[in-house]
Design a protein around this ligand. Structure first.
Ligand SMILES: Cc1ncc(COP(=O)(O)O)c(C=O)c1O
Length: 463
């Protein structure tokens, strides 16, 4: 790992952080004896911390966000110019970047037509839920209000978004939850819930129909799914799954909501993850990579048909979408998103995502051949997961301390940042995550995979 003397003395920053900042998803007791991590600077795929340590970031900012890499001055310039011209106006009015980004986005999403702006993935999903609920009240007397979500998927942190999360450890201790959310089975064949199933994809999709029939189709208005489950284990859909899901949604008039918060804007090599599988959703939500973290922005995108439900009765003063998001009116988000999309197109980053994704897959498959503890390699484009097991036969999950030991070894010994399932499932936080920025090169990938290889060798040597 490269260490350079920091340009400044950050001890006062460290002290202020230690005294006053409450870090996300972190047990703070550890900071009584060790310093909290503080990131200072980034360029391309590299970031530097307050102690001058350099890291190769294979996580795009920890949570699949900085898709075009750090230090993009052109995005910063575009945001600055826009803020000077007009920083904000409530989303009840339009703005130049808001209109231009919506037009460009819709061009990438055949079949979709309207963009509703807000600030986070959780909020984008909440908007989708409110749309389903309002349609249920307007068209079905409130009956068709239930929203189905899938075991292992994640949709956000607010109480209602959390009510639709299929990860037991993320939910634990935060109930009671919002009523009307019902879980359907996951589609991870490696951990199949059914014995000897010939066509697992169809079986998993049919289990959604089973839930609809159990609940009563007249009560189910929406189904939210991640195209590829991200934090829940990098779960790529089994063959036939999506086609059948689409049929089931059409049959029972259930609105299909695709949560593209992680996969959206290119992560899998197509603009949206669902475009890998030929699905036509009713609502699509996105956040993280929309502006690569240069500004906060999320979008809830709908078909014209969903949109029309909210303008069909202008005489009814209650019939339109009575929702607002104050900071959905910030212009920095769409201004940054416009530049982000330009960079992805001009630098052919979707192409690089696909090409480097194949290269990464090859390297990970070779790593699996070398280490028995890699039970399965899953992913698409530049989003991969390695499920770690004690032994392949039994598929017993590797214990969390060992998984974290591998993550920590990569960081400390090689200066490579990788991710892992974090407080999602009891005894099953055993998946490593890789999601480098779209500008990644073969030599970056070699460095990342070498770090994991060495970490696994070191950590397993003590078993
Ligand atoms: C698939 C998915 N949906 C929604 C969210 C929530 O997004 P946010 O943290 O911006 O609210 C996340 C966050 O990790 C996510 O992974």
């Amino acid at each position: 790992m490269n260490i350079k003397m920091p340009d400044n003395d950050y001890s006062s920053i460290m002290a202020a952080d230690r005294a006053h900042v409450w870090h996300h998803l972190t047990q703070h007791k550890t900071f009584e004896t060790i310093d909290p991590p503080i990131m200072i600077e980034g360029k391309g795929l590299r970031v530097w911390d307050a102690k001058g340590r350099e890291y190769l970031d294979a996580t795009s900012g920890g949570v699949w966000t900085v898709n075009v890499g750090y230090g993009r001055t052109e995005i910063a310039d575009a945001v600055r110019d826009q803020l000077v011209r007009l920083n904000f106006f409530s989303g009840s009015a339009g703005t130049i970047p808001g209109a231009l980004f919506a037009k460009q986005l819709i061009e990438k999403m055949p079949g979709m037509s309207r963009v509703y702006y807000s600030n986070s993935g959780s909020e984008a999903n909440e908007k989708a839920y409110k749309m389903v609920r309002q349609i249920a009240h307007n068209k079905y007397g409130g009956a068709k209000h239930k929203i189905l979500y899938r075991d292992r998927d994640y949709h956000g942190t607010t109480i209602t978004a959390l009510s639709s999360v299929g990860q037991i450890q993320r939910r634990a201790g935060y109930g009671p939850f919002t009523p009307g959310f019902v879980e359907v089975p996951h589609c991870l064949e490696y951990r199949s819930q059914w014995q000897d199933v010939e066509d697992y994809g169809i079986r998993a999709a049919n289990s959604i129909e089973d839930v609809i029939l159990r609940e009563g189709p007249e009560t189910v208005g929406g189904l939210i799914l991640e195209p590829i489950t991200a934090g829940g284990g990098a779960i790529t859909p089994p063959k036939g799954y999506w086609e059948r899901v689409q049929q089931i949604c059409s049959k029972y008039e259930v609105l299909l909501i695709l949560d593209e918060v992680v996969c959206g804007m290119g992560r899998t090599g197509t603009w949206f993850g669902y475009q890998q599988y030929g699905i036509q959703p009713d609502i699509v939500t996105m956040a993280k990579g929309v502006a690569s973290g240069y500004a906060a922005i999320s979008c809830t995108v709908t078909t014209e048909s969903v949109f029309n439900e909210f303008k069909s009765d202008p005489d009814d003063p209650m019939s339109y979408f009575r929702d607002i998001s104050t900071f959905g009116g910030c212009t920095a988000g769409p201004a940054a998103a416009l530049e982000n999309i330009r960079i992805v197109e001009e630098e052919n980053l979707l192409g690089n995502c696909t090409e480097m994704g194949k290269y990464l897959r090859g390297k990970l498959d070779a790593l699996q051949n070398k280490h028995d503890l890699i039970g399965e390699v899953r992913g698409e484009g530049l989003f991969y997961g390695l499920e770690l097991v004690v032994e392949r036969e039994t598929k017993t999950p590797l214990s969390e301390p060992l998984v974290q030991g591998i993550v920590s070894d990569c960081l400390k010994k090689s200066g490579v940042l990788i991710g892992a399932a974090n407080r999602s499932f009891d005894g099953m936080n055993n998946v490593l995550f890789l999601s480098p920025a779209f500008i990644v090169t073969p030599s970056d990938i070699d460095e990342i995979v070498f770090a994991i290889d060495s970490a696994i060798t070191r950590v397993t040597a003590v078993l």
